[in-house]
Write a protein that binds this ligand. Structure first.
Ligand SMILES: [Zn+2]
Length: 120
C-alpha cells in the first residue's frame, strides 16, 4: 500500500481492564476501557480511569500506535500489569484499526524536501 510521502499511519488503540484471579484494589473495573486515536484519549461517558495505572500505560501507547517488527516484543506483548503491587488488574492493549495523518496537520516543523519528494 502506497501513501503520499507527507502522510503516515498510526494504529488506533483500545485499552481494556482485564480481571485476573487476584482482586482489584484501584478504582477500575473489568471491562472499563479507553481508546487512543492519534493524540486523543477517548473515554466512555461517565467512566473515569485512575491516575497511576494511566501513568504506567502512557509510555507504552505511542510505541503500540506505530508499526513494529513481527519479532519485536512490542508487537506480541499486549498486557500491562497495574502498577499497584496489591492489585490484580491487567490492561490489554488492542490495535483496532489504522488512521492516516498528514505531516503538516500535526506539526509546524517542516519535512526535509528530499523526504517529501521521496515517492513523488
Ligand atoms: Zn489497579
Amino acid at each position: 500500500m502506497s501513501h503520499p510521502a507527507d502522510t503516515f499511519t498510526l494504529y488506533d488503540l483500545r485499552i481494556e481492564v482485564i480481571a485476573t484471579d487476584r482482586p482489584m484494589v484501584c478504582a477500575h473495573r473489568a471491562g472499563d476501557w479507553f481508546e487512543l486515536h492519534g493524540e486523543m484519549l477517548r473515554f466512555p461517558d461517565g467512566q473515569g480511569f485512575p491516575l497511576y495505572p494511566l501513568a504506567a500505560l502512557l509510555p507504552i501507547l505511542p510505541a503500540k500506535q506505530r508499526p513494529t517488527h513481527p519479532a519485536d516484543w512490542m508487537t506480541t506483548d499486549a498486557e500491562i500489569a497495574c502498577p499497584d503491587p496489591h492489585c490484580g488488574a491487567r490492561f490489554r492493549i488492542t490495535r483496532t484499526g489504522t488512521r492516516t495523518f498528514r505531516h503538516d496537520e500535526v506539526t509546524l516543523v517542516p519535512m526535509p524536501t528530499s523526504a517529501r519528494e521521496a515517492d513523488a
